[in-house]
Design a protein around this ligand. Sequence first.
Ligand SMILES: [Zn+2]
Length: 233
Amino acid sequence: MLPEIEKLLVLQDRDRNIRALKNELKVAPLERVESEERLAAATRQLDAVKLKAKEIEVEKKKLELEAQSKRDMIAKFQTQKFQTRKNEEFQAFNNEITRYEGEIRTVEDRELELMDDAEKMKATVAATEQQTKAVKAQVERQLADIAAKIDAVAAQLTELETERAGLTAGLDEDLLDTFDRLFAGKGEAVVALEHETCTGCHMKVTTQTVVKVKGQREIVHCEQCGRILYRGE
Ligand SMILES: [Zn+2]
């Protein structure tokens, strides 16, 4: 094998790793955002449940006050009805008292329902708090893992890039430019010629190209895709 091809194959191997690491670095912040979003969603859910519980308490309080003011009215009517001497007034007070008593029963029924709802919401809030706590712990672990991964990948990348710089030393500049352009544009720059076919574009090459590749005396390109060819099987 041509020494240049050997060097380019090593270089290509490192460049593949560099590309994979750079991709990991690009994806990591997205993973972080995803984790943070999960926690934000769990927190929003908890806030909503707590708000609902609070609304129930507020309505319960309102109904308690309503029932109390109706009881106060009844007490007032009870006093007033014994102060009147007119029969129809006495009856009118009694009617009002009966009406208020009916209203109080309705309010108290609703209060009982709300007490039931409040109990259920209390359990829901407790369960949601537990869930949110679990999600928070999980997300914190994920974020720590992501941060550690970013550090490790960045360190590996620095190491590989230093190694790559050493590998390019002594290589012809034009050849290196061609290699870089092919690698960036086509994903692979140096590919094997197998059964007279370029394994980069899967096209058959000319007999002349096959002879040149087999001769291993010069850099030969696939005439279809331009990739650098080396002798495969
Ligand atoms: Zn090709």
